[in-house]
Design a protein around this ligand. Sequence first.
Ligand code: ATP
Ligand code: MG
Length: 569
Amino acid sequence: MAAPENTSPSEAEPNEKTPPVYRDFIRKIIDEELASGKHSSIITRFPPEPNGYLHIGHAKSICLNFGIAQQYHGQCNLRFDDTNPVKEENEYVDSIMEDIRWLGFTWDELHYASDYFHQLYDWAVQLIQKGKAYVCDLSGEETREYRGTLNTPGKESPYRNRSVEENLDLFQRMKAGEFPDGSRTLRAKIDMSSPNLNMRDPVMYRILHATHHRTGDEWCIYPMYDFTHGQSDSIERITHSLCTLEFENHRPLYDWFCDALEIYHPRQIEFSRLNLTHTVMSKRLLLKLVTEKYVHGWDDPRMPTICGLRRRGYTPEAIRTFCEKIGVNKMDSLVEMGLLEFYLRDQLNLIAPRFMAVLKPLKVVLTNWEPGKIEMLEAINNPERPEDGSRQIPFSGELFIEQDDFMETPPKGYFRLSPGKEVRLRWGYYIRCNDVIKDENGNVVELHCTYDPQTRGGQSPDGRKVKGTIHWVSAQHAINAEVRLYNPLLTVPSLTDLPGEFLDYLNPDSLQVLKNCKLEPSLADVPEGFRCQFERLGYFCCDPDSTEENKVFNRTVTLKDSWAKAQKK
Ligand code: ATP
Ligand code: MG
């Protein structure tokens, strides 16, 4: 497992002897700016584009932005960055709000970049009037050609020196819908020979006759990200605009627009994206998995989306702890999925009540049990939390155990059940296997065993040693269930530098469905989303696909990191 990417200089709490320590470089900057009087309060924002569902990478940004606001008693806004009408939908807006709330955060103000379209238009007009923006008739392809490359300077557009009047007239007519899509753009007049390609007269507005999820058909020109983001931050008086490293090269432009417009100037600070092993995080790829049905939807428990993790049984606390522990810095890195699972397991161990469930049942008949007798046995709910008490579980002469807990010819060191051997039933009795019943194909279908009445509760009366303890359910009391087991979505830790398409690396065994599972009856009435441990099998969560007759459970995570072990073999 990768060590958490701790940030300098130390995570220790400050005390009298040590000077204040910073958990990350962003908080250090904020502390300095508060101390110097540059700011008296802090405002951050989380700015998703509503073109997909949030994923665990977004959680990092959410925990950072909302976490800073909480820590400094400041404010954090939710702003939908909705400047691309083609890909955005209200479904995404709703899911994003639900996921942020579920993660445990509340925004102070809710905004949409589209609410600023009029202001942005006015600002564009101002830049034209100042001679800092012009309407350009180059096509998309020509614009790219003229831009040049990292090694070659760009070429100025032949339309660059249009008069202010002509630009104002054309821009107004772009807005009025006189021109087709792609025929003209509004561009900032900056520097075609800048080493930063983003500064080579970037496009501010494009023509797009498309219906917007909020503004409908009011607009047929839409501002670009770079002409929207900083100004939106400025309007909301965001003090620190935190974004991921790919925007580092956009910062000069962010600053240029604020300066040219002479408006309040927030400070953009970049940090590294979260990448997790064995999954994909880009919305484009996640969308492909959903639309081409490689998974059963955005909330498929295999997805790294917040709703997928929720359905899988993740807790918001575990996700928050993970985000806090990986820290924030400027180095791109790949974090082990095992680390996320570690924090989840850590928390579920403390809170999840224990139950018994048999995933691949094998019938056991106790030949010396009084026919029809039912005994209630006491089982501790959670050994980590004595205050959670205990429950009664029924025991009878016919039980189910796991097929894996029996071997006809066991290797040395196998302490579970085998012919002539004894095993302890959890919370119950010792049983000894006397007969193995097989079908015509030689498959074991039933075991005939005897129980030792002296061993109730798993205690040996004569000090005889029984090493193995296995779980079970009473056959007549068991409830039926489908259990879904999961493996990682990808067969490789990372797609970086691999040939082919990402679909080539999809794990064909990411989902295993077990239909004939048997659960202890205490689980009959648990609600959707209920989290528990099935003893010896892992942590599970009740799925919304559950019906009256048939519960469905997802395995959230195994008890130990078996995947990492399997990888090392
Ligand atoms: P994608 O590239 O997957 O489409 P995005 O960055 O375009 O994602 P946005 O909706 O624009 O998604 O993201 C909202 C905020 O979340 C941005 O500030 C972005 O920087 C941040 N964010 C997105 N992905 C990650 C990640 N993997 N790690 C940290 N922050 C992220
Ligand atoms: Mg984006």
